[in-house]
Design a protein around this ligand. Structure first.
Ligand code: SER
Length: 880
């Protein structure tokens, strides 16, 4: 071995890639943590995930040998994170063969890399193989020269891998284990002891395709899929006990040490918490960098869970305030060069973390007393209650469990799961168009094939009715539907667009000689079926009838304007606000469009003007739209914007605006669009708002909608001008002048009010009477507010020098009383508080206050004079 083995994490990563590049592998960048086009998988959990279509034979790889460092996220171990070995996020080094080399090369190269490049001593390496895999054992033993007794046969649990998600490639595997030495444990062979023997590399030999039902068939492209955790191998190379002590994670730990004031390596409980915060801050930064935002569902919930778990452990370290942003800064500084999405998304990542910290603080503040209430009952926390905390207060179940555990109580987890399922069921039932099991069965029973969509090119067609569903839930098959009735009608082919991708369903007419129906909506209730919600207005429609299906063309064109404008808007937002902007939802209707996207702060007025101007510039440039059907991978490779949450098939439709070499937008989209942007006519941004943490919404109108919007505003301007008897151009100045006049009038009347209050007060001063040797003013006034009442009473008290003032007024129909006593009289035992307490009952109320000043409110305005009298009596008694 001529060269020194790599030691730093960065060097190990580079050495790995170089080694496999030298052996003909193409180095591909890490895919997103959000798996593209794989609805069966929440997050990318292994290096092979982006390559599932290559193994399945659905797509052609760019080369048959590939090497990557893939960002991975595993949700299964979240609750273990904090110990020395578990991680949610990690980097996986991998080499892959798609129908190219097989076991022999994979085994030889793995050995060569471990012993030759990393310089690991051969006698410290053990190997496991699947018990049925004689071939792998023979290669290790006879070709590589590993002693037979250090090759261990294990079963499916240890040596069979996959699939990732509900279906996909899988096969037997062979692992390399590293022996850390007997001081780490007594075990004699790997599999017995995972403290002494650490698995460092998994070589999978994908041979089967496992379907959703668990059955396995041959894999179209057998090959190789290997995975080595970078953090783990780095720990071994650096001779430390865990990844947290390697140069990959140590700087992040150091930041948490600094913020918490706790040093790592002194006490196991503290170390655990330090590791949780470190791991979750790093993992959360990467998730947000890939566009995941905290929510109560799916990936967003995984993110929320780890962020909140991190906060809980930070509190154990005594970190009360915000801490995620500074820790994430270290993650970004350390890894942002290698993973540009971190550097580009920096502001978004920090803001999202801060916002989630705030939300959690709020949730704790509101929900903790509720949880305390449940716990005070001293029994298991009911599933219903845990769900209430989750649903209403955003308490992750794990938090409720943890707090309960601290009190020696448990949570009914099954009951919680049942509540969750019940809520999902309610959500499904609320869906307008079927989707339930009965509906699915009803569609199956039609025996018809998928509906063919003709609407990209045609707005009219002559299809055949293949199914009619009637009944309240539109799940009862019928042969015909008559005048006055409503039904879902399925055609073999249709020009009607079914709601999808944010675009609303088409409306129009389905007619034949025997009858005619008006289509009010179009949806895809089940699989590939397109259903037209039809009200029959003449005769009847029958299964088997050939009909003419006509889409409302004008409405469709309005929709297309808004859809194409949505794409322009999306492109412009990424230009003006930054490439972190991702679509988070959209609505494309005939009269308006709505676009939700990830962004940290409000979009300023200036930004809004620029966005509007840029979109309109692109409208006027009259760019042509090009729509293509192409392989998803190629489209994404050419830069098409693809967003998570979408289920893209292997062939996708792409919509490009502008020429190939200077496109202003390029997206995967199944919607219907214009031919040229000029058809949009005009684009007006009508609203900007927040719809959740890190998500903004823009609303806009186009074409006829934009005209109507502008017309409405001009009409309002004309009305205002007419009311002002001014020209429209003078309206702003005239309104300014009117506002100034109104302000002046307000000022004058306030001055008058003060003046008359002063006069009234002087009149009151003249009414001062002696009661048992004390000067007393007791009177009803016209004071406009309680403050006014106090002001006058204070003024009177000062004027008197020594005395008691009791002033009343009826405010909002309720009698109010203010009593003030000068200090010398307080010293003589006359307290304002006592006076109001004695007086208030007379007007049906109560009150209190300090000795110098007190206040009372009552219910019977007519009794105010009686209360004043009672106040005077009270003074008489005290003074006497
Ligand atoms: N897919 C295997 C794993 O994740 C090897 O890369 O362990």
């Amino acid at each position: 071995m001529s060269q020194q083995p790599p030691r730093s994490g960065d060097d190990i990563r580079a050495a790995y890639l170089r080694f496999f590049e030298e052996r003909g592998h193409m180095h591909l960048p890490s895919a997103s943590l959000v798996p593209a086009g794989d609805p069966t998988l929440l997050l990318t959990s292994a290096g092979m995930v982006p390559f599932k279509p290559f193994y399945a034979g659905d797509e052609t790889p760019p080369r048959t040998r590939v090497t990557t460092v893939q960002k991975c996220f595993r949700t299964t171990d979240i609750d273990e994170v904090g110990d020395r070995t578990h991680h949610t996020f990690f980097e996986m080094l991998g080499n892959f063969s798609f129908g190219d080399y097989f076991k022999r090369e994979a085994v030889h190269w793995a050995w060569e890399f471990c012993t030759g490049v990393l310089g690991l001593a051969p006698e410290r390496l053990w190997v496991t193989v699947h018990h049925s895999d004689d071939e792998a054992r023979a290669i290790w033993r006879d070709e590589v020269g590993v002693p037979n007794e250090r090759i261990i046969s294990l079963g499916d649990r240890d040596n069979f891998w996959g699939p990732a998600g509900d279906e996909g490639a899988c096969g037997p595997s062979s692992e390399i284990h590293f022996d850390r030495g007997e001081e780490h444990g007594p075990g004699t062979v790997p599999g017995d002891d995972t403290t002494r023997y650490i698995e460092i590399w998994n070589l999978v030999f994908p041979q089967f395709y496992q379907s959703k039902d668990g059955s396995r068939g041959p894999l179209p492209a057998t090959g190789i899929d290997t995975g080595m955790g970078l953090e783990r191998i780095t720990a071994i190379m650096q001779g430390v006990g865990s990844a947290y002590e390697t140069d990959l994670l140590r700087p992040i730990v150091a930041k948490v040490e600094e913020l918490s004031g706790h040093a790592y390596g002194r006490d196991e409980e503290t170390d655990f918490a330090l590791r949780v915060v470190t791991e979750h801050a790093r993992a959360a930064s990467f998730l947000i960098g890939d566009g995941v935002v905290p929510s109560n569902e799916g990936r967003g919930y995984v993110l929320r869970r780890i962020v909140r778990r991190g906060i809980r452990f930070a509190r154990k370290l005594g970190m009360e305030g915000r801490f995620y942003a500074p820790v994430a800064e270290v993650v970004i500084a350390k890894m942002g060069e290698r993973y540009p999405e971190l550097a580009q998304g920096r502001a978004f990542i920090l803001r999202t973390l801060e916002a989630e910290e705030e939300r959690f603080a709020e949730a704790i503040g509101l929900g903790m007393p509720v949880l305390e209430g449940f716990l005070a009952q001293g029994a298991q926390v009911a599933g219903r209650d845990a769900f209430l905390l989750y649903d209403t207060y955003g308490f992750p179940l794990e938090l409720t469990q943890e707090v309960a555990r601290e009190r020696g109580l448990s949570v009914d987890v099954e009951g919680f799961a049942a509540e969750m399922e019940a809520q999902r069921e309610r959500g499904r039932a609320a869906a307008r168009f079927g989707g339930g099991r009965d509906v699915a069965r009803a569609y199956e029973a039609l025996g018809a094939g998928d509906s063919v969509f003709l609407g990209y090119d045609a707005l009219e067609a002559d299809p055949v009715v293949v199914g009619i569903l009637t009944g309240e839930d539109f799940d009862t098959p019928a042969d015909a539907v008559g005048a006055g009735e409503e039904a879902d009608v399925v055609l073999d082919r249709t020009p009607f667009y079914a709601e999808g991708g944010g675009q609303v369903g088409d409306t129009g007419v389905i007619a034949c000689a025997a009858g005619e129906g008006v289509v009010s909506d179009t949806q895809r209730p089940v699989g590939g079926f397109i259903a037209h919600r039809v009200r029959v207005v003449r005769g009847r429609l029958e299964v088997g009838a050939e009909v003419r299906a006509s889409v409302d063309a004008e409405r469709r064109l309005d929709i297309a304007r808004n859809h194409t404008a949505t794409h322009l808007l999306h492109g412009v937002l990424r230009e003006v606000l930054g490439s972190h902007v991702r679509q988070a939802g959209s609505l494309v209707a005939p009269e308006r469009l709505r676009f939700d996207f990830t962004h940290v702060s409000g979009v300023s007025r200036e930004e809004q003007s620029r966005i509007e101007a840029l979109v309109n510039e692109r409208v006027r440039a009259d760019h042509a739209l090009t729509k293509r059907e192409e392989a998803q991978r190629e489209a994404v490779a050419r830069g098409a914007l693809a967003f998570f949450g979408e289920r893209y098939g292997e062939t996708v439709r792409t919509v490009q605006i502008g020429p190939d070499d200077a496109a202003v937008s390029f997206e995967l989209c199944g919607g219907t669009h214009l031919d040229r942007t000029g058809q949009i006519g005009a684009f007006r941004l009508t609203g900007e708002s927040s719809v959740g943490t890190g998500i903004r919404r823009i609303e806009a109108v186009t074409g006829r909608g934009a005209d109507a919007w502008v017309d409405q505003r001009l009409a309002w301007l004309d009305e205002a001008a007419a009311a002002l008897r001014a020209a429209p151009a003078e309206v702003p100045a005239r309104i300014g002048a009117l506002a100034a006049q109104a302000e002046e009038a307000r000022r004058l009347s306030a001055a008058q009010a003060r003046q008359s209050a002063r006069q009234g007060a002087e009149a009151l001063l003249a009414q001062a009477a002696e009661v048992a040797g004390v000067q007393v003013i007791a009177a009803s006034t016209e004071a406009p507010s309680i403050e006014g009442l106090r002001e006058v009473a204070g003024w009177l008290k000062d004027k008197l020098g020594t005395g008691v003032v009791a002033l009343g007024a009826v405010l909002d129909g309720k009698p109010q009383l203010v009593v003030m006593v000068s200090d010398d009289l307080v010293a003589r035992g006359i307290r304002a508080g006592d006076v109001v307490k004695a007086a208030a009952p007379a007007m049906g109320g109560g009150g209190g206050g300090r000795p110098q000043m007190a206040q009372a409110g009552g219910r019977e305005p007519g009794k105010l004079p009686a209360a004043l009298e009672a106040a005077v009596d009270a003074v008489r008694q005290k003074a006497g």
